[in-house]
Write a protein that binds this ligand. Structure first.
Ligand SMILES: *Cc1c(COP(=O)(O)O)cnc(C)c1O
Length: 267
């Protein structure tokens, strides 16, 4: 007798597959003027257990994002992750204080710091990373406060090129990889393209002009669970998706934590 054997697919694997398909579909909708860089999916695992990271890694996911220094330090040192996830790439996506830099950089497999928001922070990263001589370059994004909201970190759009210049002139151990924004949470796509994303696109134009860079070489980190497809369609190369992959988070641990959007619940 023949039996159909169903492989039980866990929910993280299912969600990752669906997000992957949506990323694909969104990237083919881009106009030809947008650099055709395949977008990278950063699975934002903050507040979620190591077991879920292992599940995601086993399906082929490699880039993971965390926004608390201590949590990234702990997870990146976890014995099972060290043993089973040798190619994991950690992205730090939270606000970074200069006095936490050294601690953050102790994380194995740290791949990218997405939230450089001052010359001072860049210099502090340079100071400590330059001592890590066998770890290659550390990729960094400059975070831009595109919405101008006081509670958001990031340089102003006007300061952006200056910080990028500083990276090139004074931070040889760091590799400038692009620009990042969180943007305001309450933009409705019914009102047209997200102005924060348009602002980040303009910042990239300025940076490329002022630092003579090729636009294809400067990434844009924008888009989260509720808007990653739109972000990709306008040119994001790096989307940071948490709750759609791992489920809603319990509660915000700090004020830098974006609110959890729950469509089922009235605001
Ligand atoms: C938490 C977080 C995300 C992911 O948010 P979701 O809405 O769960 O996808 C993305 N970027 C940053 C900076 C975050 O802190």
């Amino acid at each position: 007798m023949q039996r159909i054997i169903m492989t039980a697919e866990n929910s993280v694997a299912k969600a990752l597959r669906s997000v992957g398909e949506r990323i694909q579909a969104a990237s083919v909708q881009r106009t030809s003027t947008i650099p055709s860089v395949e977008p990278r999916l950063v699975a934002v695992s903050k507040t979620k257990p190591v077991s879920m990271i292992l599940e995601a890694y086993q399906t082929g996911q490699r880039n993971f994002g965390e926004n608390y220094v201590q949590e990234l330090v702990d997870k990146s040192h976890d014995a099972t992750i060290r043993e089973q996830c040798t190619d994991i790439r950690w992205h730090y996506i939270g606000h970074l204080q200069s006095n936490k830099v050294k601690k953050l950089l102790s994380s194995p497999n740290l791949y990218m710091v997405e939230t450089v928001d001052s010359r001072k922070l860049a210099s502090e990263l340079e100071k400590h990373w330059s001592k890590e001589t066998d770890r290659g370059t550390l990729r960094v994004f400059v975070q831009v406060n595109t919405s101008g909201e006081a509670n958001k970190s990031g340089v102003s759009p006007e300061e952006c090129s200056g910080v990028v210049r500083h990276l090139f002139d004074n931070c040889p151990s760091l590799e400038f990889a692009g620009l990042m924004t969180i943007g305001s949470f309450d933009h409705s796509l019914d009102d047209g393209p997200n102005p924060d994303f348009q602002c980040l696109i303009r910042c990239r134009e300025d940076v490329c002009k002022e630092c003579s860079l090729d636009i294809d070489k400067v990434e844009l980190s924008m888009g989260m669970s509720h808007d990653f497809e739109h972000a990709i369609s306008v040119g994001s190369t790096n989307v940071r998706v948490g709750s759609t992959i791992f489920g809603a988070r319990e509660k915000a641990k700090s004020k830098s934590e974006p609110p959890v959007k729950n469509k089922e619940e009235p605001a």
